[in-house]
Design a protein around this ligand. Structure first.
Ligand code: NAP
Length: 248
């Protein structure tokens, strides 16, 4: 019996789930999606799934060898720099092909007032004194902002933060996608003066930027971390073609 090549998808994103579904429909590959296991109730990809860290580059090398993976697709979030680095190092060590699917970053357009900053600390430092801030970063990333007791914060996230939150920060739990109307209503109701976001890119959370433009609000934009250069595609469709080429 002919063995199917196994593709490992490093996931945790919508693109990773779409890719898993697209590959599940093609009988010629076996596909395993990998999740970090950080979220209590993650949206699950179609097909086989494994959960939890590999144990750094060494652990991933061991996993790739033991499971006979033929190709790795890094479909992690643009801010998941640690996983992308160890994927690049492990594929280097094992000689396996590595591809990356990554949505393009958001770009400012006419009427946008964006201030680019390199990280969360710089974003917290850039908040105007006394501002009412809509903070759209992960629960594990809010600590630097909480130190700014001179601002009031509405922090929107999917799951509750892992740390206690002081009175000047209001946690808003909700899961994207969000519409422009909802974003405008939220910003108006809460009297938001400034939006803070990571440059995640993609459609699901882009409406907040349109809302900020419509309301003439400034945006503090955290720029993406650098990831190792690997062949990649911006869409799942182009990734399917790259995979086919790499495995034939
Ligand atoms: P990270 O900083 O790059 O990863 C830290 C460690 O978590 C990695 O070294 C690895 O542990 C483990 N890990 C991460 N992604 C994994 C995966 N897909 N499968 C198995 N282990 C994984 O990543 P992060 O920013 O914490 O993100 C964690 C996950 O959430 C990623 O899968 C990412 O796609 C998803 N996500 C992240 C964001 C974000 O803003 N960062 C947003 C949405 C979704 P070992 O070293 O032990 O292998």
């Amino acid at each position: 019996m002919e063995l199917k090549p196994t593709i490992l998808i490093l996931g945790g994103t919508g693109e990773a789930r779409m890719l898993a579904s697209a590959l599940a429909g093609q009988a010629r590959y076996r596909v395993v999606s990998s999740l970090a296991g950080r979220t209590a109730a993650p949206l699950m990809p179609e097909g086989e799934v494994r959960k939890g860290g590999f144990g750094g580059t060494e652990g991933l090398v061991k996993y790739l060898r033991e499971t006979g993976i033929a190709l790795v697709v890094d479909a992690t979030h643009p801010f998941a720099a640690g996983m992308s680095r160890s994927a690049a190092e492990a594929c280097d060590a094992t000689g396996l092909p590595l591809l990356r699917v990554e949505r393009p970053p958001w770009e400012p357009g006419p009427g946008d007032e964006w201030r680019m900053v390199a990280d969360w600390e710089a974003a917290a430092a850039a908040l105007p004194e006394g501002a009412c801030v809509l903070l759209t970063v992960g629960g594990g990333e809010i600590a630097p902002f909480l130190k700014r007791t001179d601002v009031s914060i509405v922090a929107r996230m999917i799951e509750p933060p892992p740390i206690p939150v002081p009175g000047h920060c209001d946690i808003l739990l909700s899961r994207p996608p969000f519409t422009l109307e909802d974003e405008i209503a939220l910003m108006k109701e809460r009297g938001i003066d400034v939006l803070v976001t990571k440059n995640a890119g993609g459609e699901a959370t882009a409406a907040k930027l349109d809302a900020a433009r419509a309301l003439r609000l400034p945006v503090i934009m955290i720029t993406r971390p650098r990831k190792p250069p690997v062949p990649g595609a911006a869409t799942v469709e182009s990734m399917l073609a790259l995979i086919e080429r790499a495995l034939t």
